[in-house]
Design a protein around this ligand. Structure first.
Ligand code: DC
Length: 213
């Protein structure tokens, strides 16, 4: 069983996906971390993220464990991820990784919750349940600022808001696999929901899709 959770940056989709995976005892794959590893790995090696051939090589040699959690979660990593995510060959390399995970979830699990931008549209269009998670830009900025502050980063609210807006723009308008709500995805707007309410809403929708009470 595959549950696809797509949506905007800082919409809460990652936390929702992790909690939904625990609820149904499924594996969880945060596909944003793959793009973050590729982009941030290049930045660390002093490579130009506009170099498609180097980005493709990085995606083919992806070693997610090579970077620390703080490096992967930084705003710089999110921006680098969004740039390399526009390259068709990078997406093709990471698509193979994601499909292999879905076909053979680790830990003997019977399925997976996969979160990203194009899971329900491109990676696994036959997912048993699909969510598209969003929230207003201001609320997403508040959440991202809080998350980065908790990691000890010094930041500016307006800059983070502008970063997220740029990222939305790039993710939604790239020609290859843009961020798009699948026709059969449920739109979950978390603007007015705290995380508990958002997770409860996600589980209720998924139960309905799976025909469970
Ligand atoms: O979900 P996130 O913020 O960690 O993702 C970082 C960037 O990676 C995002 O701006 C776009 C890209 N991405 C993508 O293009 N496709 C995915 N499935 C996941 C992330």
């Amino acid at each position: 069983m595959i549950i696809a959770v797509d949506g905007h940056a800082a919409s809460g989709k990652g936390t929702i996906a992790k909690r939904v995976a625990a609820h149904y005892n499924l594996a969880h794959l945060d596909t944003g971390s793959l793009y973050r590893s590729v982009g941030m790995g290049m930045v660390k090696r002093g490579e130009d993220i506009r170099d498609v051939a180097l980005a493709t090589a990085a995606a083919l040699n992806l070693q997610a464990e090579a970077l620390s959690e703080d490096e992967i979660r930084s705003e710089a990593a999110g921006t680098a991820a969004s740039v390399v995510a526009a390259y068709e060959d990078v997406r093709a390399a990471l698509k193979r990784f994601q499909r292999a995970f879905a076909e053979n979830p680790p830990g003997g699990k019977t399925g997976a919750v996969i979160d990203g931008r194009d899971i329900g549209t491109v990676i696994w269009p036959n997912a048993e349940a699909k969510l598209f998670v969003t929230a207003s830009l201001d609320v997403r900025t508040d959440r991202r600022v809080l998350e980065l502050q908790q990691r000890g980063a010094i930041l500016n609210w307006a800059e983070i808001r502008a970063d997220l807006a740029d990222r939305d723009e790039r993710d939604e308008n790239r020609p290859v696999s843009p961020l798009l709500q699948a026709e059969d995805a449920y739109l979950l707007d978390t603007t007015k929901l705290d995380i508990e309410a958002a997770v409860a809403a996600a589980i209720a929708v998924i139960n309905a899709r799976l025909g469970q009470p």
